[in-house]
Ligand binder design. Structure first.
Ligand code: AMP
Length: 218
């Protein structure tokens, strides 16, 4: 079976994390989120974490070199031998080119753009709360957010600093400037599929599974 490497694009709050977790389970491939990897480094207070914490809190992008190195290392781990769901990477044309070099030209099988209007992602991001331990995502009205305790693992449920209004605006700006050009990059390669991310999470998952199966990828 060829390696199932999928890139999932979409504005912050489009539902990439939720959908990647589901697809990772369905296809038994790892969910590789550079944002999660960087947040884990910040939490562990490692040298890498100390280098990137302020940049991330402000909603800016960390350097291409740094994330390319992280992803390169991640692909070296045994569980990535069947493929990976890439969430939050690539984020710039330079990263997309580096990924092609890393995996070979036919390394990426599909790029899914979870399309959601700015007004909806802004609303989703401001009400989003996350478990610091397992990464489960809640809404500010969920009991886990109100009590501050994750029902999955007992970890602390918090609001990410970059989900506060100023950082949200900055992240959406960076997405438009740096990441939207990737849509044309993958379109030119015949790899781009657009899925309506404003549907319910279950409807989005069903649409994604249908696309993957139509393309004969799994
Ligand atoms: P995310 O959870 O994907 O929104 O990522 C959170 C933050 O991590 C971003 O706002 C960036 O500061 C940083 N980050 C994650 N992935 C990348 C990437 N591929 N390139 C540059 N910065 C990234």
């Amino acid at each position: 079976m060829p390696r199932l490497n999928l890139v999932v694009l979409g504005k912050q709050g489009a539902g990439k994390g939720t959908q990647c977790k589901r697809l990772a389970e369905a296809y038994a491939i790892p969910h590789v989120s550079t944002g999660d990897m960087l947040r884990a480094a910040v939490k562990a207070d490692s040298p890498l974490g100390r280098e990137v914490a302020a940049i991330m809190d402000a909603g800016a992008l960390v350097s291409d070199d740094l994330v390319i190195r992280l992803v390169d290392q991640r692909f070296g781990e045994p569980d990535a031998s069947r493929g990976a769901l890439l969430d939050g990477f690539p984020r710039t044309i330079l990263q997309a080119e580096a990924l092609e070099t890393l995996l070979g030209e036919d390394g990426i099988k599909l790029c899914i753009n979870l399309d959601v209007p700015v007004s909806l992602v802004t609303e989703r991001l401001s009400s989003r709360r996350v478990c610091q331990e397992c990464g489960n995502i809640y809404k500010d009205t969920d009991i886990e957010a109100i009590s501050g305790t994750c029902s999955n693992c007992g970890g602390d449920v918090i609001q990410r600093k970059d989900d506060q209004p100023e950082a949200i605006a900055k992240r959406l700006e960076a997405y438009e400037r740096d990441t939207e050009p990737l849509l044309a990059f993958y379109q030119e390669r015949g790899l781009l599929v657009v899925v309506d991310g404003a549907q319910s999470p279950d409807e989005v998952t069903a649409a994604l599974v249908a696309v993957i199966s139509e393309r004969g990828l799994a």
